[in-house]
Unconditional design. Structure first.
Length: 193
């Protein structure tokens, strides 16, 4: 596509000047203060899934410049991301700071999944979630292959809301959004694959 679009030289310059095989110090600091990231995975057949993971600053632990990990909590039981990673370990992460620096960081690599007990034994400094009753069941470890900037050009600058305005850690269906899109009410939900 770069040849067809005439961007080979520009792309090669980007690879040379912006793409690293591991996180540098500024990237490590950036990840350490992020409260959310987007996670992109695909199963063995290439069926894609993109999801959001969030937590307090530092919920994504940088274990080394070439390795980071995040906790997986009890959810809806689908386990689309973790299930995909078991079949296909390739993963793409996108951290976006909408509030302070208004910049993004791509981290691409391959992942493994480990139980919480094993990770805490191997890395006793891992963060403990401050939300009462919420604890990691497992951790996703990402071995970094590429890390690079997502430019600020089209990232909106947003305003944070207070913690009191959010329903962190709740199982209350209404507060989680319930059937916001009316899928259950329509009775048209799709059968699991």
């Amino acid at each position: 596509m770069q040849k067809r679009a005439g961007t080979v030289e520009r792309a090669e310059r980007f690879y040379r000047q912006q793409v690293l095989p591991a996180l540098n110090e500024r990237m490590i600091e950036f990840v350490g203060r992020q409260e959310m990231m987007f996670v992109s995975t695909a199963d063995a057949l290439g069926n894609c899934d993109c999801t959001l993971r969030a937590g307090p600053p530092g919920f994504v632990a940088v274990l080394a410049p070439g390795r980071l990990a995040w906790p997986e909590y009890r959810g809806n039981g689908v386990m689309a991301s973790v299930g995909n990673l078991v079949e296909n370990p390739n993963v793409g992460l996108l951290f976006v700071d909408f509030f302070r620096d208004v910049i993004g960081l791509h981290v691409n690599g391959h992942a493994t999944v480990a139980p919480d007990e094993q990770m805490r034994r191997d890395f006793p400094h891992l963060p403990v979630d401050p939300v009462p009753g919420r604890r990691a069941e497992r951790w996703v470890n990402v071995y970094v292959e590429e890390a690079y900037i997502h430019c600020a050009k089209h990232i909106p600058h947003l305003r944070k809301v207070s913690a009191e305005e959010r329903a962190w850690g709740t199982d209350d269906v209404r507060r989680k959004g319930g059937d916001f899109f009316g899928v259950a009410a329509d009775g048209l939900g799709r059968v699991a694959r």
